[in-house]
Design a protein around this ligand. Sequence first.
Ligand code: ZN
Length: 408
Amino acid sequence: MLKKAIVLIFDGLGDRPIASLGGLTPLEYAKTPNFDKLATEAQCGLMHTLGRGLRPGSDTSHLAIFGYEPAKYYPGRGPIEVAGLGLKMQDGDVALRGNFGTVDDNMVIQDRRAGRILVVEPLTKALDGLQIDDVTLVVKPGTAHRAGVVMRGPGLSSAVTDADPHEVGQAVWEVKPTDDSPEAKRTARLLNKFVTKTHEILAELEFNKERQSRGELPGNCLLLRGAGQYRSFPSFKERFGFTSCCVAGGGLYKGIGAFLGMDIIEVPGATALPDSDIEAKFKTALKQLDSHNFVFIHVKAADSLGEDGDPEGKAEFIAKCDKAMGLFDNLPKDGLLVVTADHSTPCELKQHSADPVPVMFYGDGVRTDDIVTFGERACAKGGLGHIEGKDIMPQIQNLMGHLHLTGA
Ligand code: ZN
């Protein structure tokens, strides 16, 4: 009986036929003997992550795959990113993500990343714990110029606009409520106070004065966006009984893992870029099966290459991943491997699309079908047929004998 699972998600893997690849998709074009060997012994299909005709975001699609219906559980980007920074949230907290940028005296943006500042701890330290009226602000560093903010206090709402105008030469936006509730109005007012206060504190900070004396841009403003309200919910362990962990390079995906209560495993060389050490990630994931019975692996770059409109690069990256797929020969006998994508990112569109993605279930005792290659058109004929993201966890539970009997 299967007891452990690895769910391996290749971000944006699905694509459409591309003329320069002879009418094949990058996954079909790439040399993938290891994917194909697994597919031969697996049950394959296509997955409409959020349901047919819905164009999935990466955050909502991962929630759906892990059994958390986005309509009920998606809190907006802020709380997910902030969870990835190791911040614990409480019921009612409003979380936002932000960049440290450089503004002039009129709050007009000179640089959105403060000259690509690499270390922001001195900046977050100066702001962490700030009190605005009866609300406390928790501010923690992210990677490079990024930070996470949690507003903690009574009567808050996430129905507010961003402060970050995303453009150099524009003044920092005034945060506005997006509904008529007193909570939204209050949160907008508090955030505007916070943005002003942030600039006052950071402009006077010795760390920034030293940067300026070296000819570097000061990180004198925190550009906030993506407000979301945290509501407590059952963790992945509580929902499914799995001790779980997340092996990912990208901040958003670590955030999804942390948000659901998975342990976050750092892998040196996991960059979320095409140069990422995929073998190191897979080796780490297999090792984690000794101490966890559910491992989520995220591999990012196929999505980025799709967004770049680079079919050859996407195919090359897929071939690189295939080499590492050979490591799953070491999957334990009680281990299930699920390989899929969160959505398609067709090179032609340079953005996510609603095209379903290939999926396969591989493991001892799993039914097989006649599919011998892992690709969009092959999987369309697979034994799983067309499934949705929300079908993945019940399928895993079924294969492990975890499902309750319906009826008698
Ligand atoms: Zn994605």
